[in-house]
Design a protein around this ligand. Structure first.
Ligand code: NAD
Length: 472
């Protein structure tokens, strides 16, 4: 991972607005040459990406471990396998996705035909994040390439080993004249954001999302914002508690140790059920991570000491420190915090105001489980809302009454593996969609095309608009 090519080191040191402008110019020229538009070019790139992942699994897993202490199995299932599926689906479906869609025309236009043609947007920018740094960098790139665009990827500087591996591998495997990685942090991203792009695909937080949207507005560039938020899990008493608890733990602590945009941020349950749920979570956590969670190798670490201190600050706030019912042990040298559960923290506490993005889980209680709907809807719209219940009526009401980017009933996180489902936020959790065909569409313009022949040219539509014509 440390063997970054000299050219990339050089690029990292000197990448400014001038270099960014020149890069975009080159990519635009290459895009205009038409090379990225052909089916063959797209297939060749997708095959290379698939081969790149296949041939370098070990290097990728090591980089993810270096950046996040990510357990090998999590790297494999949540990053490598997901990307392979995306590439394979794009390869299998590309011909179909690229085929123009026929549309009926009205009799008044006879003879005519119409179709929707998917055309690539041009030169697109993908800005990525650190928590699933391989998946969330390459997955949008797969969509952009499948749609025939030239693309610049800017991975996160907070996952430097993965960023370096991405730069090194993509340079080796794909067409560098149309697919490029720019490594770096704020300065490099700002230089990129000054340029005119045909689309910007951003994954990260709302604060930077606003910076991206503002920069894009200057050029009227369309933007996808894959943001985060506080994803609630409502837990009804009518559940298989063992399965529910396993799936909640999987969607919290066994998913990058809570550092996941779709992870469970907080739970709402009833006052009566809360003690039973907490007991089951305590047992489940011990079963998964042992009596001493610091001994377990099956949880990622906190990404860096800034985020470690931020998380400690959330659980040590005066308002909530006496609400801790489990965990709270911390070790800064290992960047680890034990799985921590807090009960009935006040709504105005920091932990309920901010996205937690770590191994802390507040549980709020209500008299009636349906009271949770209003509690969720009063906050910014989450990326995902989860419900655990065996009650069909409650499931229906949840889907109808709670607004969120997506939902999963009786499970967490794995909904993202269903590529037929679009992935994206709503309101403050983001805008735009991707995954499967939605990725292709996100990076395509749907061009409306009408075909007419010279036959059937009625004079009725042309001036002069005589009284006879107006009567018809
Ligand atoms: P971030 O917004 O701080 O950083 C994301 C990217 O923006 C990085 O590449 C970074 O280099 C760049 N950046 C940072 N500051 C910038 C600035 N001032 N100007 C220009 N670019 C800048 O986010 P993060 O901390 O990397 O990620 C955490 C957030 O991402 C959480 O809110 C999480 O929910 C969200 N997230 C969302 C998804 C999703 O798919 N919806 C996935 C993962 C994470």
């Amino acid at each position: 991972c440390a063997t970054t090519l000299p050219v990339l080191e050089e690029q990292k040191r000197t990448f400014d607005a001038e270099r960014a402008a020149s890069l975009v110019k080159d990519l635009r020229n290459n895009f205009r040459s038409g090379r990225t538009k052909s089916y063959e070019w797209r297939v060749a790139q997708l095959q290379s990406i698939l081969r790149m992942i296949d041939e370098n699994e070990k290097m990728i897993i090591e980089a993810l471990y270096e950046d996040l202490g990510k357990p090998e199995l999590e790297s494999f299932t949540a990053e490598i396998t997901m990307l392979k599926s995306s590439s394979k689906e794009a390869l299998e479906q590309l011909k179909r996705w690229m085929t123009p869609e026929k549309v009926k025309t009205s009799i008044s236009l006879y003879p005519s035909s119409a179709e929707i043609v998917s055309e690539p947007l041009g030169v697109v920018l993908v800005i990525s994040t650190w928590n699933f740094p391989f998946l969330l960098s390459l997955d949008p790139v797969i969509g952009a390439v499948a749609a025939g665009n030239a693309v610049v990827l800017k991975p996160s500087e907070l996952a430097p080993a993965t960023s370096s591996v991405l730069a090194k591998l993509l340079e080796k495997y794909v067409d560098r004249s149309a697919i490029t990685v720019v490594e770096g942090a704020v300065a490099e991203t700002s230089a990129l954001l000054e340029q005119k792009w045909d689309k910007i695909f951003f994954t990260g937080g709302g604060r930077v999302g606003r910076i991206v949207l503002t920069a894009a507005a200057k050029h009227l560039t369309p933007v996808v914002l894959e943001l985060g938020g506080k994803c609630p899990a409502v837990v009804d008493s009518n559940v298989n508690i063992e399965v529910a608890v396993r799936r909640i733990i999987a969607g919290k602590w066994a998913c990058n140790n809570g550092q996941a945009c779709i992870g469970v941020d907080y739970i709402i349950t009833t006052k009566d059920f809360a003690p039973k749920l907490i007991d089951a979570l305590r047992n489940g956590l011990e079963e998964f991570f042992g009596k001493d969670p610091f001994e377990s190798k099956d949880r990622s670490r906190i990404v860096n000491s800034f985020h470690f201190k931020r998380l400690v600050g959330l659980m040590d706030e005066d308002k909530v420190s006496d609400k801790i019912v489990l965990g709270a042990q911390r070790d800064e040298s290992q960047l680890q915090i034990a799985p921590t559960i807090l009960l009935n923290v006040p709504e105005d506490s920091l932990i309920m105001q901010e996205e937690i993005f770590g191994p802390l889980l507040p549980i709020l209680t209500v008299d009636n489980v349906e009271d949770s709907f209003e509690m969720i809807n009063e906050k910014s719209k989450p990326l995902v809302a989860y419900l655990f219940s065996d009650d069909e009526q409650l499931k229906k009401k949840f889907v109808q009454n709670v607004s969120s980017g997506g939902m999963a009933i009786n499970d967490t996180v794995i909904q993202v593996s269903v590529s037929g489902l679009p992935f994206g936020g709503v309101g403050e959790s983001g805008m735009g969609l991707y995954h499967g065909k939605f990725s292709f569409e996100t990076f395509s313009h749907k061009k409306a095309v009408l075909y007419r022949s010279f036959a059937g040219d009625s004079s009725l539509r042309y001036p002069p608009y005589t009284p006879e014509k107006q009567k018809l």
